[in-house]
Design a protein around this ligand. Structure first.
Ligand code: MEV
Length: 310
């Protein structure tokens, strides 16, 4: 095959970001905003959207080409409907959709292999990561990561002494509104900041395990379709993440501003800026409030479609 197309969704994390890096339970939902990728062989030099590829600017794509082992130059075209560096999983969607195309060109696509390689790439580019973003983007729907294997198991991913069991998670119909603070906060430095805190403080380790327990309860509430409990656990998760040092005053402002119009709200993803999410029955009202406070709202639906290959 000399040409392939793919697309992969972004995600929002409902519970457990950061703590999942240490093997705690976490759950994320794929969303209806995607990255589309189109890759072709038979060109002179590797280009992306018309420009010669630069490993500094495109580390995920360059790493993916190396790992798949394609030596020929490639014409790469990408189109993203996800804000980048905001916490909606744009780097994972980019990596997963790139790998989808590259493995298809080699004739060997497998969702499990793509999820595993995409995680390795995020881990190496960001200097630490869990497989939550990349597995959610690959599988779609919602995904739960745990230390122990449970029902609806998809795959197991290992790194050094750590292992994550990745499961399909059923979720009720939910309306989510994202509020983008517009504050750019790359994931890598935040993951490393939490690592430093975790390594020297028993208090940080306690917070991390408390987040994991809360995520477990969050999954039970999701399975029961109990949105009140899901929302109140989201509020608790937001407070714990702030104590962990990945909050931001603008995130608190947006979370507090929408609180009387939603079941619950929290920062989502790496934090430090980036996005907050609200679970609500009044998405328009919540979006309006976010806008009034200079955030950018996105009304999202969960997407059952993960990686697609053509
Ligand atoms: C980023 O979307 C989620 C983090 O937990 C990092 C990771 O799991 O790779 C902050």
């Amino acid at each position: 095959m000399s040409m392939s197309k793919s697309s992969a969704p972004g995600k929002v994390i409902l519970f457990g970001e950061h703590a999942v890096v240490y093997g705690e339970t976490a759950v994320a939902v794929a969303v209806d905003r995607r990255i589309h990728m189109d890759i072709e062989k038979r060109v002179e030099v590797t280009r992306i959207n018309g420009l010669e590829i630069d490993p500094e600017k495109q580390p995920y794509i360059v790493d993916a080409i190396e790992r798949v082992g394609i030596k020929e130059p490639l014409e790469i075209k990408s189109k993203s409907y996800l804000p980048s560096g905001a916490g909606m999983g744009s780097s994972a969607a980019l990596t997963v959709s790139t790998l989808g195309c590259l493995y298809s060109l080699e004739g060997t696509p497998s969702y499990e292999k793509i999820a595993r390689t995409a995680f390795e790439i995020e881990h190496s580019v960001q200097g630490g990561a869990s497989p939550i973003d990349t597995s959610t983007s690959t599988h779609g729907s919602a995904v739960k990561l745990t230390r122990k294997k449970g029902s609806n198991h998809l795959w197991k991913i290992k790194k050094d002494e750590k292992r994550w069991h990745v499961h399909h998670q059923d979720i009720p119909k939910m309306k989510l509104v994202v509020g983008d603070t517009g504050i750019h906060a790359p994931t890598g430095p935040l993951v490393r900041k939490v690592r430093r805190f975790y390594d020297k403080s028993g208090f940080a380790r306690d917070i991390i395990s408390e987040i994991g327990e809360l995520a477990e309860r969050g999954c039970e509430a999701l399975e029961e379709g109990d949105l009140e409990s899901v929302g109140s656990l989201m509020n608790d998760n937001h407070r714990l993440l702030t104590i962990l040092g990945v909050g931001h005053p603008k995130l608190d402002e947006l979370v507090n501003a929408v609180s009387s119009h939603c079941y619950g709200a929290k920062l989502s993803g790496a934090g430090g800026g980036g996005i907050m999410i609200a679970l609500t029955d009044k998405p328009r009202k919540v979006a309006e409030i976010i806008k009034e406070r200079d955030g950018t709202p996105y009304m999202l639906e969960a997407s059952t479609t993960g990686l697609t290959l053509e």
